[in-house]
Design a binder for this molecule. Sequence first.
Ligand SMILES: [Zn+2]
Length: 347
Amino acid sequence: MAHQDLAGKIQTVLGPIDPSQLGRTLMHEHLLCDIRPPGTRADNDLGPEITLENVWQLNYGAGFRRAGRKYMLDLEDIATREVRMMKHDGGDAIVELTCGGLSPDPRGLQRIAAGTGVHLIMGCGYYVNDYQDPRNHGRTVDDFAAEMIGQIRDGAWGTDVRAGMIGEIGCQAPWTATERRVMQAALIAQRETGAAINVHPGRDPEQPQQVADFIAAAGHSTGRVVISHIDRTIFDEPRLLRLADSGVTIEFDLFGQESSYYGLSDIDMPNDATRLRLIRALIERGHLDRVVISHDICYRTRLASFGGHGYGHIFRNVVPMMGRRGYGEDEIDAILVRNPRRLLTFV
Ligand SMILES: [Zn+2]
């Protein structure tokens, strides 16, 4: 099918823009999303309404089954308001990585972008194995690749809204056969379109490296691959530095998440100060151009409307803390503007 050449452009949900138009960017968020595991979506009991009285407890300890409502980002008016608040705090663009399995809503993203003036770049492809339609387990690499290429060139999920990045491509630990085929397909779609890839690794400290090695072994460059959720996956510097040495971009995307409770695995969640210390280690190793940050907001209680930090937290709180902790303007600019621009620009 005919399509405009995307090389040198960034593709937002409202169309291509020149990279110079992109300012401070959050590289991994969700605005409209349903992250309830598929097995729980038929539950009639969505748990309590979120109130000032229960929001702390909901964040500290409740599991998916008892709090379904918390995991549904389906309130477009609130999402629009929250994005506007981020803009007020100094943010300019959001990469929205709600992909297959998480109920993507391309039209909703278009309306939010149009209503706020914030650049939204949409992901495509498929999230982790357990969120997949059973029919996906029978699909081939080429079939997945053709779908992703179409999502970038023609439009995604039954619309003409085009994706500007591939991902977040889901991996569980251990990595499943379907997920490997989706990853191979993402690499083909990358080669074909010039888009960057975002990877959601499994909750195993070794898995990000496993994915990076898989990509290199398949003969693809790791230079346009971002590994998400490093905050909850890798906790030691040697492993972190080895991963960055392999060429992938490291994404700390749980900024604002400061509770020791995580819920999905038994880890010691770092706080924002610890994240900045690990990023400093990457910079000292020469990897400033391989760091991006975000909040990965995917449930209600992280929104300001429900007592959370909201999409503006990095601009409102983290950037000043970076200044206090010795980050220079040039380093902050690389992490929030230059690296996102380079990764989101089609090659
Ligand atoms: Zn995500």
